[in-house]
Design a protein around this ligand. Structure first.
Ligand SMILES: *Cc1c(COP(=O)(O)O)cnc(C)c1O
Length: 371
């Protein structure tokens, strides 16, 4: 078998499902996030001696792995989350996929998993998406095709060392609108005892191991009636992220200026979101208010709220685009955040701007047309 140290999209092999093996498509309105998958997957195997094998598109099927595979023991796993959108013109577009590929490489580096040629992987992914293109829901449902590239270390040995075998695969999942019944601000808990990431850790990479320890905390809070967690950090209670989203605070600062604040990337505790950087870039182009990547603490948020200078808090991520925050529970108190209480909230403007680009209503270099 021919192998290469590079992923070669031109050597891709394609094995299609038989007509009777295809899964029935679900109506976009009733899709639950990540429950439904398309008929095919992309898989590319890697070995330290032989490099990347030929990319394969096959019917979606289980992986067969040795029980000693390192992924099962030391969480040698990373992933990406991106979307393909069916535009109003019926064209299919990706949103800044180069940034997802760049982040995937940064995650691979952290786990000592193999690096790859991002453009070649993207070419293979485009082929997969074109094969399953009928699965991409119509724009009118505000729905899309969620794309989950995954890389795992599968060498069947128990040493805590880098893996000589890896599998890169991509699966596709049609998803409906994030807010099924209109946009509703979320209720959050900010509890300093829960820490998601820390300087020198891996919070700035999309590793499965960052998420497993958050699930029990999330479940506890749901029981109390809060949908997500605001992750605080440090003795000064810095706000870092919301659930698996980046966090933005829009306020009038102590100098009386309108300011959009999101925590900075420099100490490695923030995931560098594609949506995050896009909102920052849009706001910087608009030049209508100050835009800052800086630390922001609960003390500053509370003071701004008391002095009626707090305008909005929202999360940003591929799943929801922009997600308004309505309540933050902190130190036995529900802080009511007036995110949706203003005329023309900034978070809605961002949402509309992104969706115009993603669904092709507005031509923009961030939208990459694939077919
Ligand atoms: C994926 C993710 C985000 C959002 O990133 P996008 O590229 O905008 O989807 C933010 N925070 C965390 C912890 C994430 O895992």
């Amino acid at each position: 078998m021919h192998v290469s140290t590079r992923i070669q999209s031109s050597e891709i092999t394609v094995q299609l499902c038989k007509e009777n093996e295809k899964n029935p498509k679900t109506d976009a309105g009733s899709l639950l996030f990540g429950h439904t998958f398309t008929d095919h997957m992309l898989r590319i195997d890697w070995n330290s001696k032989t490099g990347w094998n030929k990319p394969q598109i096959t019917p979606l099927r289980p992986l067969t792995l040795h029980p000693a595979a390192k992924v099962f023991h030391y969480a040698l796993e990373l992933f990406e989350g991106m979307k393909a959108y069916r535009g109003f013109d019926n064209k299919i577009r990706l949103f800044r996929p180069d940034l997802n590929m760049k982040r995937m490489l940064s995650s691979a580096e952290r786990l000592s998993l193999p690096l790859f040629d991002a453009e070649q992987l993207l070419e293979c992914m485009k082929k997969l998406i074109k094969i399953d293109v009928d699965w991409i829901p119509e724009a009118k449902h505000n729905a899309s095709l969620y794309i989950r590239p995954t890389l795992i270390g599968v060498e069947p040995t128990l040493g805590v060392t880098s893996s000589n075998d890896a599998i890169l695969y991509v699966i596709l999942s049609p998803v409906g609108a994030y807010f099924k019944t209109g946009i509703k601000p979320v209720k959050l808990i900010a509890d300093p005892k829960n820490v998601r990431a820390w300087p020198g850790g891996s919070g700035n990479r999309k590793l499965g191991s960052n998420y497993a320890p958050t699930i029990a905390i999330q479940k506890e809070n749901e029981k109390l009636g809060y949908q997500q967690i605001i992750w605080l950090f440090g003795d000064d209670h810095q706000l870092t992220e919301v659930g698996a989203m980046n966090l933005f605070v829009f306020l009038i600062n102590e100098n009386g200026e309108k300011e959009l604040v999101t925590p900075p990337l420099d100490d490695g505790i923030i995931l560098p979101g594609v949506t995050r950087i896009s909102l920052l870039e849009l706001a910087r182009q608009w030049k209508e208010f100050k835009v800052s990547e800086r630390k922001i603490t609960m003390k500053e948020v509370k003071k701004a709220l008391q002095e009626k200078r707090l305008l909005e808090i929202f999360g940003s991520g591929t799943a929801c685009s922009v997600c308004p925050v309505g309540v933050i529970h902190f130190q036995n108190e529900d802080l009511i955040i007036p995110t949706m209480e203003h005329k023309e909230p900034l978070n809605i403007r961002f949402l509309n701007e992104l969706s115009a680009i993603q669904y092709g209503k507005k031509s923009h270099p961030w939208a990459v047309e694939i077919c």
